[in-house]
Design a protein around this ligand. Sequence first.
Ligand code: ADP
Ligand code: MG
Length: 683
Amino acid sequence: MSNHLFQIPLTKLQGVGPQKAEEFHALGISTVGDLLEYYPFRYEDYRIRELSEVKDGERITIQGTIASMPSMQRYGGKSRLICRVTVESMLVTAVWFNRAFLKDQLTLGREITLTGKWDQRRRHLTVADSEFPDRSSAKTGTLQPVYSVGGSITQAAIRKLIDRALNQFGSLIPEILPPELLDKHSLIPRREAISGIHRPENTREGTEARRRMVYEELFLFQLKLQAYRATHLKQADGLVQPVNNDEIRSFVGALPFSLTDSQKQVINEILHDMKQPYAMNRLLQGDVGAGKTVVAAVGLYATVRAGHQGALMVPTEILADQHVRSLGKMFEPYGIQVGLLTGSLTERKRRDLIASLQMGLLDIVVGTHALIQEDVFFRSLGLVVTDEQHRFGVNQRSILRRKGMNPDVLTMTATPIPRTLAITVFGDLDVSTLRERPKGRKPIKTYSVKHQMMDRVLGFIRKEAEQGRQTFFICPLIEESEKIDVQNAIDLHIQLTQALPELSIGLLHGRMTAGEKEATMALFAAGKTNVLVSTTVIEVGVDVPNATLMIVMDADRFGLSQLHQLRGRVGRGEHQSFCILIADPKSENGQERMKAMTETDDGFEISRRDLEIRGPGEFFGTKQSGMPEFRLANLVNDFEVLEQARDDAAALTAMEQFWSSPTYAELRENLARDANLNGEPLD
Ligand code: ADP
Ligand code: MG
């Protein structure tokens, strides 16, 4: 790389001999370039604060005048130094441990800056660091970077060396991002950013510096992925599926609603891909209720019109039934045949269905993982859609894909983190996002209540029923004890039937036959039952727009994203919807989740909170997950930047000039430098 700071050995810096160089080497720092890119992981704040705004237990820096002679106590080999200091006309007690040498410097009336932990009640500061402004105030007022260090290298030593490197070589730090991207995102120049990360003048400067470098880090990472795709993966061996815009327009025009702008945009992206001779591999993400099904339907319609077949794979039979019903209705006027393939078909029906797929008598098949069995063949598979992708293993999708000659693949999911993260980081996927929900949707009002409020909950159900609306009542299903949970559902059903004799109450659980489930669901979808008592079998995908009340029993036993999915079963029509979480107030962790649920109904935010509560270890499994490690970027908090960087990198590598123009020489060289991506690619 022409950034030759990576060729200047550390020993070129004053004060670094062979031995010091060896120790820095152990930290992975061998050159001036390495040192400058060795970023702090946090800052210590030495900015002076007003005592009135300080909270108990905080680490603070204050300035005052010495108001008493110091007193010293010695015990064992240790010492404690105590002195009164006037701060903003308040008397504060400062305590140092093992700083006996300071005693003589603490003279009455002298100014002093103290940093340490504040005890509000006793007006007591345990001093970690102090400076005398009449002698030095190097730290006072600053944000001091904190690095990860080891061996005999101290924070002070590395700070000093980085300062030296910045002074001596800072002017040689090259810009590597093209000006159009700096402009587009209002990023500060690289030189300023690197200096700003190590010694920010204020929080704003630190933030801007970090923002610039995070973008750069993610952009360079994505540039490698996208460049690899552009040169290796984009082979023109996919199906070209011609799309007749007039036909699409009239199909869309016949829908019972008009599409949102977001839906129109992602449909355009999908149809564009289908026309190209490359196999589409696209992820469609959109929160629960955003309207993903109809987007898939347009794609399926297009593939059938182009003379091929479509497959839609879903994680549960209930969802398969639902999609067959809704797609069947949409496609009927066009003579398009939709079939259902699940594990509970009789052998005879199954064989018939496979035969009609093979002969091309069936245009679209909806199914569970039964779709990917060995003996399922298509005459010509043009589009594969998987719904609720996060419920599938990665391999299941690729098996289905192999049932055709490189068909186009659309993957749909409502959970943006962490699955989406993993596949957008590694997968060679394009991403479409539904950013808005259909117009007129009201936020779902969510309440968390105790079991004792059951009477009022029943009243709520009655009230919704009087207005013609319906209720889901969920009881938990815990994998290990399905039997007990089914019993719970049955008991709750009996209870509700007795408590609400005027209402018709259905029951759904995993031990019922497929036929029973389908019949129960169909009754509820048709509005024939007022309340559906169910286990989590209806967690994903189920769409009954007239249902406005979701009640979750023992909600503290559910994970956050699961609760969000369940809540997403209501709020799918124009009526105001509600979610009542019945939870144990003594479950502390549970209460945190209830709080998140009552505060937001944005799936992305929920996902973020989930991460916060569970911690990143459990979320990603760190290294095992094959996620790359970044110096500055945090894949969860910087997720939007990652998406932006991906789009920028894709656009850039698609340009002819990127591969030839001298403007991008620096970036091309960067590609050549450690060309190997770390981490395992997913499917
Ligand atoms: P999800 O993204 O959760 O799969 P669905 O596709 O099931 O959402 O759509 C949720 C509900 O919203 C369905 O009843 C669907 O018919 C309806 N819907 C979808 N798009 C629109 C739209 N543009 N305007 C009004 N209703 C819509
Ligand atoms: Mg759905």
